[in-house]
Design a protein around this ligand. Structure first.
Ligand SMILES: Nc1ncnc2c1ncn2[C@@H]1O[C@H](COP(=O)(O)OP(=O)(O)OP(=O)(O)O)[C@@H](O)[C@H]1O
Length: 226
């Protein structure tokens, strides 16, 4: 049976601006299960990144609950949230920032060292995952010596290496040419499902979105199943 990894309940988000209260999200509900891929599309400014930040426990909702493996997370302390993110979540962004002064291998080892994995094991696991993403000849390359697609594959390796329960991807192929974008798309869907990780994907690309198991559109402040 599939486990529920993430549950958003009646999420509302307002921003206070010079022109008063701006309501961005209203009564959003979403459940995400292990191994499930979920896509969220919507026009620019509809609140996709805001929703992703709330789901990933980076930002807090104005009201509503975020449950992570049945645990209510909205009122957890920042230090607990950081720990939870580091051990159980992975992130891939349009321009995933890699550490420029470190090799691809060191970039991928970093999240493991951060959660206390010993160096030898971290190196082995980082090498394994980079190799599985076709980067076995790029271990020692710094980010500036990697192509755009290779950088994103390194970012995916970095996101997956801790074996997270869920990966949040915000426009992960937005900066790539079509061929690299297709490859990254395929890799993300395949690697997440195979490792039991859930994927929550925000994208402008309707084709990429359509390959996910559950497809949502964010419009008029609400989230609707397509
Ligand atoms: N800190 C903030 N203060 C005020 N308004 C904000 C803040 N953050 C986001 N917004 C507004 O919230 C709305 C939603 O922004 P968000 O980035 O979530 O949209 P999006 O759907 O991800 O857009 P895009 O597809 O262009 O990336 C926008 O109108 C934005 O201006």
């Amino acid at each position: 049976m599939m486990k529920e990894v993430l549950k958003l309940e009646n999420i509302t988000k307002n921003f206070d601006t010079a022109d008063g209260k701006l309501e961005i999200l209203k009564d959003i509900n979403l459940s995400v299960y292990s191994s499930q891929s979920v896509s969220i599309v919507g026009r620019s400014g509809s609140g996709k990144s805001t929703l992703l930040s709330i789901a990933a426990l980076i930002d807090k909702p104005s009201s509503g609950s975020v449950y992570y493996k049945s645990r209510d997370c909205v009122s957890l302390k920042d230090s607990e949230l950081s720990k939870l993110r580091a051990s159980s979540m992975g992130f891939v962004f349009q321009n995933s920032l890699l550490l420029e002064d470190f090799s691809a291998l060191e970039n991928v080892m970093f999240p493991l060292l951060n959660i206390g994995t010993n160096k030898k094991e971290a190196e082995e696991r980082a090498k394994d995952i980079l190799s599985s993403l076709g980067l076995e000849k790029r271990f020692n390359h710094r980010p500036k010596a990697l192509s755009g697609g290779e950088k994103q594959r390194t970012a995916i390796a970095r996101a997956l290496v801790t074996k997270p329960d869920v990966i949040f991807a915000d426009e992960p192929t937005g900066a790539l040419d079509e061929e690299s974008a297709n490859m990254i798309e395929e890799l993300l869907l395949k690697t997440t499902v195979e490792s039991g990780t859930a994927l929550v994907l925000v994208t402008h690309n309707p084709e990429f979105a359509s390959h996910c198991e559950a497809k949502y559109v964010l419009e008029h402040k609400g989230l609707y199943l397509l």
